[in-house]
Design a protein. Structure first.
Length: 649
């Protein structure tokens, strides 16, 4: 039990209150940066336009708003009050969004839960967040039902399915459809920018997630500005982009074919390309996007030309930062139509391309090679079978959260020459993200990163950033080779729920400004580009976009009665980015197989955390201080087992 207590020791205090985080913003209290305001305003201004599409289902903004109202009234009938937490356990769906916005309409606080978590992990989040209601997608209801009795604050479990009626309702649970009220008017609950908006759980150094605390000002407005920040490298390179990619910008402004054709001619002309090279013209473009993002009445004016709206395919999970921030950025900043795959899980690459073709998707989000590799394989398969895809609408593929291999990028650009490949570098604790783009005219494939030079258009970045050396208490010198930690400024989380010491350590004030210490360490080259070396502190493995902390996996494997010691590392994997790999030292006289260890892990951790490879060693490499020497562990793998590893991890 002592080991388990240590393993679960993420929270530092048992009870917390949002008043410990509430910010006071200048001027009168406003409501314009709340999800309640967004959906109600967009329903009024763009009621006819599709808000969400999934398979054969489409909801306009007006229909979506009314359904959210009916569900919000149902929450009130369950006794849910402003500030209480509402957990959502499921994959991407229109229902997921309905739950999120219905909670937001009554001032309740949505909480994301990864359905792939095992019972212990799900219980931890529901308990830590003090959730009073949990909405659970039907395939995952068993685990939620098991733990309800251990969570006195959890009053209701509501079961929903994706576009289908509930076929089997367990005892003591509530049906999603039965929760809808007949009253579809907007709830009369005041929700302000400084109110508790979202409790987003993200990976922590112990492996168990920490809840990041958000209000509307930091979350809603921050995501509006995230789109602006990500557009900077596109505007900066507009003069050199291929004509096919420029077409995507024309579509942003109009859905009328004649107007789009005229814009194409103008934006690809030599005269325009010469003009757009000027910093003044670039700044004007950027300021236009900044003024428009999240401004419903500016979007209404543009809507006279762009009546169909922009369509954004969210294939990355909403319970992770990449999917959530991608979808909510486009939804909030430009009232985009959010498209989900018909099959939320597992990922079906053929559905991905069919969805883009069918719904004329403009932009999508993926998570590195875990998505890109099967997508490329499907394009190859389709070509071999003589069936192609019409991908002419696709303008940009955004990736975040995991490595995206250059050779995969290159093949995508060869097959879709008009697409822009966007590597977005960010963190769940900040609304800030920094983009690097690659187009078909680029000779060099660009990696993810951030430009901190403050030169040219980058002086106008919405989100400040710096690379800071805590030993010298100053920023690193570009080109010096000095290693520092990347810091995010601007819109960010207010802290970690029930973790005051962790909050004080990771969110600090320097020179009068608040910064988030991301833990990403690297150097800055002469041009001001941040080059990531690795993550300080705990050893982090990124497999398919999922964060896996070595200490968590080690703790579980070491609880096996035959295991004496273990070291967990990540080795390069062509599909997943990194594969979780364990070097296991058995107790003297004991024997075990690779299957024995993997099977032991099966019910004790989520599937993506389980080691894909087990190697038995005589001694786990440790330093003189007793810490695991992970560089040496990788070297052992490379030399003794003939595996290609990255010793710079």
């Amino acid at each position: 039990m002592g080991s388990q207590e240590k393993f679960l020791g993420v929270r530092e205090i048992e009870h917390d209150n949002f008043e410990n985080y509430r910010q006071v913003y200048p001027g009168r209290r406003k409501k314009n940066h709340t999800w309640k305001y967004k959906v109600e305003t967009y329903a009024k201004l763009f009621g006819w336009r599709p808000a969400f599409i999934q398979g054969d289902r489409t909801l306009t903004w007006n229909e979506f708003n009314r359904r959210c109202n009916r569900l919000a009234r149902g929450l009130e009938e369950l006794g849910v009050r402003k500030g209480e937490r509402i957990a959502i356990l499921g994959f991407n769906s229109i229902e997921w969004m309905e739950i999120y916005f219905a909670a937001s309409k009554v001032g309740a606080v949505p909480v994301n839960v990864n359905p792939r978590f095992v019972e212990q992990e799900i219980k931890y989040i529901l308990e830590d967040s003090d959730a009073v209601v949990a909405f659970v997608e039907q395939p995952y209801v068993d685990v939620a039902s098991k733990i309800k009795g251990d969570l006195p604050l959890l009053k209701h479990i509501v079961i929903y399915d994706v576009g289908r009626e509930i076929t089997d309702l367990p005892t003591g649970t509530v049906s999603y459809d039965d929760l809808f009220s007949y009253d579809d008017s907007n709830p009369r609950v005041d929700v302000f920018n400084d109110d508790f908006c979202y409790l987003m759980y993200t990976g922590g150094t112990t492996g168990f997630p920490k809840g990041t605390v958000w209000d509307g000002e930091q979350r809603v407005r921050g995501l509006d500005m995230m789109l602006v920040n990500n557009i900077i490298p596109i505007v900066d390179r507009l003069a050199e982009l291929p004509d096919e990619a420029v077409h995507g910008i024309s579509v942003l402004f109009s859905s009328n074919e004649r107007i789009v054709a005229a814009l194409d001619r103008m934006l690809t002309s030599r005269t325009f390309r010469r003009i757009i090279k000027s910093e003044t013209c670039k700044a004007a473009f950027l300021n236009f996007f900044k003024f428009t993002a999240g401004n419903p009445y500016a979007l209404k004016v543009l809507g006279a030309l762009q009546r169909e709206g922009i369509r954004f395919l969210c294939s990355a999970p909403l319970f992770h930062g990449a999917g959530y921030e991608g979808a909510f950025t486009y939804l909030g900043s430009i009232a985009a139509t959010i498209v989900f795959l018909p099959t939320p899980h597992p990922f079906v690459p053929r559905e991905f391309w069919e969805t883009i073709e069918r719904h004329r998707v403009h932009t999508c989000v993926i998570v590195g090679d875990a998505f890109a590799l099967p997508l490329v394989e499907e394009l190859r398969r389709a070509e071999k079978e003589g069936r192609g895809y019409d991908l002419s609408s696709l303008w940009a593929i955004v990736s975040s959260g995991v490595r995206w291999s250059p050779h995969i990028k290159k093949e995508l650009l060869e097959r879709i020459p008009g697409v822009l490949l966007v590597d977005s570098m960010g963190t769940s604790e900040s609304s800030g993200a920094f983009a690097a783009i690659t187009s078909s005219v680029d000779k060099k494939i660009r990696p993810a990163g951030a430009n901190i030079s403050r030169k040219g258009l980058y002086r106008r970045q919405v989100f400040p950033c710096r690379v800071y050396n805590p030993e010298t208490n100053r920023d690193v010198v570009p080109g010096s080779g000095e290693i520092g930690e990347f810091l995010y400024g601007g819109y960010m989380a207010l802290g970690y729920w029930k973790c005051p010491r962790k909050t004080a350590n990771d969110f600090r004030v320097i020179d009068g400004e608040r910064w988030f210490f991301a833990g990403d360490e690297g150097t800055v080259d002469e041009e001001g580009n941040f080059n990531l070396i690795g993550r300080g502190g705990s050893y982090l493995i990124n497999t398919g976009g999922e964060k896996v902390y070595s200490e968590e996996v080690e703790e579980i494997i070491k609880s096996h009665p035959k295991v004496y010691d273990v070291a967990v590392v990540g080795i390069p994997d062509p599909r997943w980015g990194q594969a979780v790999t364990a070097l296991v030292e058995l107790r003297e006289g004991e024997s075990a197989s690779e299957e024995d260890i993997i099977e032991y892990c099966r019910t004790r951790m989520a599937g993506y955390k389980r080691p894909r490879h087990i190697f038995f060693v005589e001694r786990v490499p440790r330093s003189s201080s007793g810490k695991i020497d992970r560089s040496l562990a990788l070297q052992v793998l490379a030399e003794r087992f003939n595996l290609q590893t990255d010793l710079d991890q």
